[in-house]
Design a protein around this ligand. Structure first.
Ligand SMILES: [Zn+2]
Length: 418
């Protein structure tokens, strides 16, 4: 039975009020900043454990500082995880990560109010770390749960020389207990998250089902010509690296626009010697290319590199490149995507799917279990900024659809989970 309208409304306003309450817990007065196991995270844990217990969950904190509320199922001890993160970037908004956790608790509360039982266990997780701000190491929380947090990662140090393991100890937890943070019996993973982009708003939709998280390639491209006097060197006798780089940047844009859902960005450029009266000798460009299909992404990178090489040859410049990061796409599970789409339609909304260009904890879980994500419209497409927002109506819609999704997988034959 779906949640009744009054309960949906009450749980929605409670979830949004709790986002406000957590926003007040910050390292920097007047701004929302909450990094991995920083002192405000203690109070976050106090509130979360209270809210989780009220929703009928049994609460534990693991060695990575994740806080987890569990509800036992009637048949299966494996858990469907509903999760997101409660750390933030510096000067953050109130909803990135936090809203997903608050909606997870609201779902548990909805089950409690309606008296509905699930055949499998439900675990609401609030990850201690996703953004990678303090240790330049993102996903510490979710990596601990899937068991991919290595001892080298625990030795990484922050700007004050404190290691991840020491931060865990200072928080009152035991880094040597990390082996027990690894989850032993997962059934699947669902993350509710603000879109942090403009697509849903441009389609006039409250919600979208995520197809997967785009893979990405990051590279650096260097064109090398010859520095010379800007006044005495005629135009036809120059080897200007920056002009060649400009052509490459335009091609990156043109090519990315030619393929659906491909995004490609030159975000940084470094020019030497870097003086107004000297012809540029080297131009080094960053390149960031993302797509849900790995082959498409790799082809795009190859074409852009080939174009840069041809420009260099035409202009008699040297060209080299270095691949800095190659990360494959993480696809969401077809069956769960289907259930989310059905839930959207059952609630009278349009079934709509989109890729995620940003990374999320879901991609860490995709290595070990089925994953799904539901995106909630971000007004203005704004995120990682104090003006990040979400509407009451869209939040209510997300809760309604996620609850329908829970009911759908609860009534699906057990055989499909084998
Ligand atoms: Zn997030």
């Amino acid at each position: 039975m779906p949640l009744d309208a009054t309960t949906l409304t009450t749980l929605t306003s409670e979830a949004l009020q709790r986002c406000d309450d957590l926003a007040a817990l910050t390292e920097e007065p007047g701004r929302i900043t909450r990094t991995f196991l920083s002192y405000p995270m203690k109070e976050v844990h106090t509130l979360l454990s209270m809210w989780m217990r009220e929703a009928g969950l049994t609460v534990r904190v693991d060695a990575a500082g994740n806080i987890i509320g569990r509800l036992e199922g009637t048949q299966d001890t494996r858990a469907l995880v509903i999760a997101s993160h409660v750390d933030t970037v510096p000067n953050a908004g109130k909803f990135d990560g936090v809203l997903g956790v608050m909606l997870g608790i609201a779902l548990a509360r909805g089950l409690q109010i309606s008296g509905q039982k699930l055949p499998f266990a439900l675990e609401i997780m609030a990850f201690s770390e996703e953004e990678g701000v303090r240790f330049a190491l993102p996903f510490i929380g979710s990596k601990a749960v899937v068991g991919s947090l290595t001892s080298e990662m625990l030795e990484k140090r922050d700007a004050n020389g404190v290691s991840v393991a020491e931060a865990i100890q200072h928080f009152g937890l035991n880094p040597f207990d990390m082996v027990n943070a690894k989850h032993k019996a997962l059934l699947g993973y669902l993350e509710l998250h603000i879109e942090q982009g403009p697509v849903l708003e441009s389609k006039n939709l409250a919600l979208g089902v995520v197809q997967g998280i785009a893979g990405q390639t990051r590279a650096s491209l260097t064109l090398t010509g010859k520095a010379n006097h800007a006044g005495t060197t005629p135009m036809n006798l120059r080897k200007d690296a920056l002009v060649a780089a400009a052509q490459v940047i335009l091609e990156v844009e043109r090519f990315a626009k030619s393929l659906p859902n491909l995004v490609a960005t030159v975000g940084m450029i470094e020019v030497t010697p870097g003086a107004g009266n000297v012809i540029p000798e080297t131009a080094t460009l960053s390149l960031d290319v993302r797509h849900l299909d790995n082959a498409t992404r790799k082809r795009a990178v190859a074409e852009i590199l080939d174009f840069a090489w041809q420009i260099a040859r035409k202009r008699d410049l040297a060209f080299k490149h270095e691949i800095k990061l190659e990360q494959n796409a993480s696809l969401c599970d077809e069956m769960l995507i289907g259930f989310l789409g059905d839930a959207l339609e059952d609630s009278g909304r349009k079934r709509f799917e989109l890729p995620s260009g940003a990374g999320h904890d879901a991609m860490i879980f995709a290595d070990v279990t089925r994953t799904a994500m539901l995106f909630i419209r971000s007004p203005g497409g704004i995120s990682h900024h104090p003006s990040e927002s979400v509407s009451v109506g869209d939040t209510r819609a997300a809760l309604e659809v996620a609850y329908l999704f829970l009911e759908k997988i609860a009534s699906a034959p057990a055989i499909i989970w084998q």
